[in-house]
Design a protein around this ligand. Structure first.
Ligand code: ADP
Length: 256
């Protein structure tokens, strides 16, 4: 059986997806990127192990994407994460025209043509606000995991707004609110609204056309995604595998 491998070396997490000749996912791996090439290698090994393969030599073709793709010189192709997210999303979400991708260190909004081709994008990669990093920092202040933020938000009774847009100042603001006795769920709601506002700004610049889909690790935060749906006024399609969409797109590029 011919297999095709995609690896997305993100700033935070490295993701690997292996597809068969029909483009169906047969294996996946995920590992913190960390420094150097150990994280990416471990995510590839995890995916290979999942289908009993010993080495990347056994796949027919491979493609790397993500900010660290240039370190993966063993792959046959290297394709930008914009193209890979667009390709993966177009295959996963029928009729998708707008893809909101929020990862560990940047946020992007992609515009796709009717036939699923990337036509334009806007991006925030200058500042941690509005990215997964912002949420990771805030989760650290609350003493919880980033995956707990959604449930906390659901317990909120009102939004405690965060006025600082800078992550460092916003962190101080959160600490002050905690010290003043503001309930954590309400602060979490404020943190989420702050990310929503940044994302809405990007999406408005890009132009919001339905179907709208969300990819990247932050899409796993259901409460944040629902707040974003309310703000932009469209339902947002996603998948439990949102973090793998770039790697999936890369695997589809490897397939050709
Ligand atoms: P990158 O490609 O830049 O490494 P990812 O798309 O992998 O980024 O997303 C990483 C971000 O996703 C993390 O910074 C974190 O904020 C968020 N994230 C990861 N897992 C979860 C989860 N289970 N629930 C909510 N957020 C998550």
């Amino acid at each position: 059986m011919d297999l095709f491998l995609g690896i997305d070396v993100g700033s935070t997490a490295s993701k690997c997806v292996i597809v068969n000749a029909q483009g169906q996912v047969v294996a996946r791996g995920l590992h913190a990127t960390g420094a150097g090439t150990a994280g990416p290698r471990l995510c590839v090994e995890e995916a290979l192990r999942g289908i009993g393969l010993a080495s990347v030599e056994e796949v027919a073709s491979s493609c790397s994407t993500g900010y660290g793709r240039h370190l993966e010189a063993w792959t046959d192709k290297q394709v930008s994460e914009l193209s890979c997210h667009a390709k993966g999303a177009a295959k996963l979400f029928e009729g998708v025209r707008t893809v909101i991708d929020i990862g560990g260190q940047d946020a992007k909004v992609l515009s796709l043509s009717e036939d699923g081709k990337l036509v334009d994008f806007v991006m925030n990669d200058k500042c941690a606000a509005g990215t997964g990093r912002f949420l990771d920092v805030m989760a650290g202040v609350f003493g919880c995991g980033v995956s707990d933020l959604s449930e906390l938000d659901r317990e909120s009774t009102e939004v405690a707004p965060i006025s600082s847009t800078c992550t460092v100042f916003a962190e101080s603001e959160v600490i002050s609110k905690l010290a003043a006795g503001t309930p954590i769920p309400n602060i979490v709601a404020g943190v989420h609204e702050s990310v929503v506002e940044r994302t809405y700004g990007l999406a408005k610049r890009a132009g919001i056309k339905p179907v709208v889909a969300m990819t990247g690790g932050v899409a796993l935060n259901d409460a944040l995604r629902e707040r974003l749906e309310n703000r932009i006024g469209h339902p947002i399609a996603t998948t439990d595998d949102a973090q793998f969409v770039g790697a999936y797109g890369a695997a589809l590029f490897a397939l050709g």
